[in-house]
Design a protein around this ligand. Structure first.
Ligand code: ZN
Ligand code: ZN
Length: 103
């Protein structure tokens, strides 16, 4: 049984397409991987110390001002409660860099 030229032509076209598709996928995946790597390198190089915390990743708690405790409730003086923001540490994670120390 002879295969018709049309079938052969279609067959080779499909084969070429499949090959091209696989090649494109490979190129795209390699290119996107390279781009991701390049972005990482770029961000690492361009990262500056956070201005809000000066790269310390945290700063004095803005709510208790580092006292770790709050007068609570404000009306009944003398009663102290642990600061709910810093949980008594007197420091809070920098909200500008989210604790990264860099932006
Ligand atoms: Zn606090
Ligand atoms: Zn910061």
């Amino acid at each position: 049984m002879l295969r018709s030229p049309v079938v052969q032509a279609v067959g080779s076209a499909v084969g070429t397409l499949a090959l091209a598709g696989a090649g494109t996928l490979l190129v795209v995946s390699v290119a996107s991987g390279t781009a991701t790597q390049a972005i990482k390198v770029y961000r690492a190089r361009s990262a500056l110390p956070c201005k809000a915390c000066r790269g310390q990743k945290s700063y004095l708690c803005q709510v208790c001002r580092g006292n770790a405790v709050l007068e609570w409730p404000v009306s009944s003086k003398g009663r102290l409660a642990l600061c709910p923001v810093c949980k008594g540490s007197g420091e809070q994670n920098c909200l500008n860099c989210l604790g990264e120390g860099k932006v």
